[in-house]
Design a protein around this ligand. Structure first.
Ligand SMILES: Cc1cc2nc3c(=O)[nH]c(=O)nc-3n(C[C@H](O)[C@H](O)[C@H](O)COP(=O)(O)O)c2cc1C
Length: 293
């Protein structure tokens, strides 16, 4: 069995899940190749693979434009090819299910058959900063559920996300973000805190940032992935109209600090509780089943 996972990750959350999948597949002696979509030199022969995985962060209830364009360019398969989708997002609202509607439609026409789809909650890279405790809890949950999900994929146990009424239409409306991102990207500015390390230039997945006579220029190819501002070591990048939603600096996923206060306590509280409860139930059931064996 050979698996190809094609992914995009703006600030590393989705990559963490993809890495976990690779670890799990490899542990089960499955050959797995990983393709980072932003590299843009896709030359894999899909005939060699039994399964294709697509992974992405949810952007405005959609897959990022980079993902949509990537799947549009995939060749039509002669024979049906199994497909799984994994996505990450900051809040567990069911509305996030619509993010894959567009790519599922495109991939179906190309003979890819979706068997499994999973959604992992990871900390926000825009809107507000989750506490490190919440990030720890999210990752700790995801890294226990992901191996179970991998097993489901390999054992042909189908798993799909719930249907949302008028989802395709809603997703289409939210795709204004594709245009909005390009518009807003041109409004990015660099403050005098900048140390000219040029990390943003080197990191940008669409090569949208340039430096000219010591001045930063932001073009019209921004996909709002947040990588430049998130990883800026001096928090010097202003993200246009969304500056008050900026999140700067990586999360500490590995440390639970009893004393740390969780901000935004009420925000989507029920949704988060429901998500963690569902995941814990899945983990417990899996443990029990395997103890019995
Ligand atoms: C432009 C933008 C739009 C986003 N829209 C959503 C959204 O609609 N729903 C959601 O739950 N999270 C949303 N998020 C949060 C990300 O999906 C989440 O933080 C994700 O795990 C980031 O993954 P990455 O680190 O692989 O880029 C958005 C993030 C960005 C940058």
């Amino acid at each position: 069995m050979k698996v190809l996972i094609c992914y995009f990750s703006g600030t590393g959350n989705t990559k963490k899940i993809v890495d976990k999948y690779c670890e799990e597949f490899s542990n089960k002696n499955i050959d797995v190749d990983v393709y980072k979509i932003e590299k843009g030199d896709f030359n894999y022969n899909l005939d060699e693979y039994d399964m294709l995985g697509i992974a992405y962060p949810i952007h405005a209830f959609n897959a990022p434009s980079l993902i949509v364009n990537f799947v549009k360019n995939l060749p039509k398969q002669k024979n049906r090819k199994k497909l799984f989708i994994l996505k990450t997002s900051g809040e567990p609202l069911a509305l996030n299910n619509i993010s894959s509607y567009k790519i599922k439609k495109i991939l179906k026409k190309k003979n890819f058959v979706l068997t499994n789809e999973y959604h992992y909650i990871m900390p926000y890279n825009i809107i507000f900063r989750h506490s490190d405790n919440m990030a720890y809890k999210m990752w700790n949950t995801a890294k226990q559920v992901a191996p179970i999900d991998c097993e489901e994929i390999l054992k042909n146990k189908e798993s799909k996300l719930g249907y949302i009424f008028m989802g395709s239409f809603l997703a289409w409306l939210f795709r204004i973000e594709f245009w909005g991102g390009r518009f807003n990207g041109k409004k990015y500015k660099v403050s005098d805190k900048c140390i000219k390390c040029q990390r943003c230039i080197n990191f940008c997945p669409t090569h949208n940032i340039k430096i000219n006579d010591g001045k930063f220029e932001f073009g019209d190819k921004c996909i709002m992935c947040m990588r430049c501002s998130f990883f800026c070591p001096t928090n010097a990048i202003k993200i246009g109209l969304f500056n008050s939603w900026k999140v700067n600096g990586p999360y500490n996923f590995n440390n639970y600090d009893e004393k740390e206060e969780q901000g935004h306590k009420k925000y989507c509280k029920k949704s988060y509780e429901k998500y963690f409860k569902k995941c814990n139930k899945k983990i417990e059931c899996y443990k029990k089943e395997n103890e019995i064996k």
